[in-house]
Design a protein around this ligand. Structure first.
Ligand code: NAG
Ligand code: NAG
Ligand code: NAG
Ligand code: NAG
Ligand code: NAG
Ligand code: NAG
Ligand code: NAG
Length: 486
């Protein structure tokens, strides 16, 4: 009663300021409301506004109690709806009054929050803080809801007091409700709090993301050929103020490089949901050897930060090619052991395959007479990177049918630029009787001569003969090629 009198006394004779604030709460949940904080406040008292009855501090079993500038409802009940007044007394003996209006909403099946939203909108980049949770010590979020549906998925990162939406879009806008539990003296209370999230889709940057190329990609090129490297990056929603996608070669921006060989071309476009992309193509007029050692880095920058993807170039591997060389030789019609066949079946595989790691295609070993010979030969030739042709006198003197066929096929392949290695197994002397195409090759590159290089150890892979053969064999990527092709 003394307090009541005191209140009247103060309100009548001392300075009074009145404000009001409304709190909407769910029936059966914990609720705490706060009187504004003043640094010079001496004490705060809480009253039921309509009755002017003071609300005491916590006692055993009390459901509503005051604790300094806080008024607790543990939990709320529907009849708690009404007005509450907090009176702050200052050291000067002056006071300030505040009316607080509390609305307790009955729980309705399927309605996860009262339609009156108390908590400010969140207009941002995706971090939605759970409202009021700071009022409750050790509260734990149990579940987040969007428009009353549980929030789940990879795009949501749940922090202790917030949820973060990765790359928020317009359809992320809505009512976000956090439901948490608060434990007070061993009793567990539910609290839920809702706010509206409005994504900043109007021209918002997103963390820059390079869609291609992938970092550390190795791109196949051909020496001397022109080549274009494309880089595409997503930079935000709608046209960005700061948006750069550019290429560096060994960390030097392309604009500072030899622009007769390099130049950049950029364009932008919008994808779904107004996602803003930039694509920059680095045109290289001619690939040079030094490019195979260089780092080509695509840099994507917006106002948030920058990201990079570095690729390197390597020579195009001859995928598809299965054999390093297809061996063409005249076959004997007799059953006698013949040096050329001994050479083809024994010496050459021993050196080139066993010692040097090449793979050869040899008629009679890799193609059997039973197969549809012409097409089998053609297929194997197309899968060979070299043609090794053995030149013998027999080749001139007799009309070797299969051999002619080989040569005819070779002629067809000449357009494919398969390189030829001519092994002159016997001294032929004059080449005049040879096919014109063979004469042409001999004129251009000569032959590798077996007899003339004859040494004591013709089967040594170090002999001059084999060194010359190996010089003409494919040499780039040999070991890796061998590993891939087998
Ligand atoms: C606060 O409540 C008192 C008591 O009901 C009332 O007289 C006063 O007008 C209210 N003030 C405001 C600003 O609502
Ligand atoms: C609470 O106060 C407001 C005015 O501030 C008044 O309109 C309302 O009727 C009051 N509510 C109750 C339950 O007394
Ligand atoms: C405040 O009021 C108390 C009695 O209610 C009195 O003793 C004290 O002197 C007053 N202080 C001021 C600063 O007026
Ligand atoms: C909160 O967001 C809603 C929905 O976009 C909007 O209608 C309302 O005006 C916003 N409120 C404030 C205070 O910005
Ligand atoms: C809050 O949590 C801490 C650490 O988990 C614990 O020591 C403390 O007792 C808890 N306080 C309450 C009020 O539950
Ligand atoms: C808290 O809410 C959950 C689900 O909404 C319910 O199962 C549980 O009984 C509630 N706990 C209390 C103490 O009301
Ligand atoms: C290319 O990048 C790699 C890996 O970061 C680095 O080790 C190498 O030195 C770079 N090469 C040049 C030419 O900058």
């Amino acid at each position: 009663m003394m307090e009541y009198v005191h209140l009247i006394f103060l309100s009548t004779f001392l300075s009074v300021s009145m404000t009001s604030e409304t709190f909407d709460a769910m029936e059966g949940e914990a609720l705490v409301i706060k009187c504004p904080r003043w640094s010079s406040a001496v004490n705060v008292a809480w009253y039921h506004t309509d009755t002017n009855k003071i609300i005491p501090a916590e006692e055993e079993g009390s459901r509503i109690f005051s604790l300094k500038r806080f008024l607790w409802f543990l939990p709320t009940s529907r009849e708690d709806s009404g007005n509450y007044t907090c009176v702050t007394r200052f050291s000067s003996n002056s006071t300030k009054w505040f009316n607080m209006s509390v609305q307790v909403h009955p729980y309705k099946q399927g309605v996860c929050f009262p339609s009156q939203i108390r908590y400010p909108n969140d207009t941002g980049r995706g971090k939605i803080v759970c409202p009021t949770i700071d009022n409750y010590k050790n509260a734990t979020i149990i579940q987040w809801y969007k428009d009353c549906k549980p929030l789940q998925g990879q795009r949501y990162f749940k922090g202790e007091k917030y949820v973060f939406i990765n790359n928020p879009r317009q359809d992320d806008d809505g009512y976000y409700t956090c439901q948490f539990i608060y434990t007070h003296k061993g009793n567990v209370f539910n609290v839920s709090a809702t706010r509206i999230f409005v994504s900043k889709v109007k021209h918002s940057p997103l963390p820059p993301q390079i869609l291609f190329p992938k970092d550390k990609d190795v791109i196949e090129v051909e020496l001397g050929a022109a080549f274009s490297l494309k880089c595409q990056a997503r930079l935000g929603i709608k046209k960005q103020l700061m948006a750069v996608v550019t290429w560096d070669v060994d960390n030097i921006p392309v604009k500072y490089l030899d622009f007769s060989r390099f130049h950049e071309e950029t364009h932008f476009f919008e994808g779904r949901e107004q996602e803003y992309y930039r694509e920059t193509t680095l045109h290289i007029t001619e690939i040079k050897k030094e490019d195979l050692q260089a780092n080509f880095t695509c840099v994507a920058v917006n106002e948030m930060y920058n990201t990079k993807a570095t690729v390197t170039l390597q020579l195009k591997a001859q995928y598809g090619k299965i054999y390093d060389a297809y061996v063409i030789y005249p076959k004997s019609h007799t059953n006698e052991a013949n040096f050329v066949e001994y050479f083809v079946y024994q010496i050459m595989p021993d050196i080139l395959e066993n010692k040097c790691g090449y793979k050869l295609c040899i008629y009679g070993r890799d193609i059997y007479p039973g197969e549809d010979t012409a097409s089998a030969i053609e297929k194997r030739m197309q899968k060979s990177r070299r043609l090794i042709i053995l030149l013998t006198c027999q080749l001139i003197n007799c009309n070797e049918h299969a051999y002619d066929q080989h040569i005819a096929l070779y002629n067809a392949l000449i357009q494919n630029d398969t390189k030829v290695i001519l092994l002159e197994m016997e001294t032929i002397g004059t080449y005049e009787k040879l096919q014109e195409s063979l004469r042409f090759i001999i004129k251009r590159q000569g032959t590798v001569k077996w007899k003339e290089q004859h040494t004591v150890h013709p089967q040594s892979s170090n002999s001059k003969f084999w060194k010359q053969v190996r010089y003409h064999m494919p040499w780039t990527l040999r070991s890796s090629y061998s590993a891939n092709a087998r």
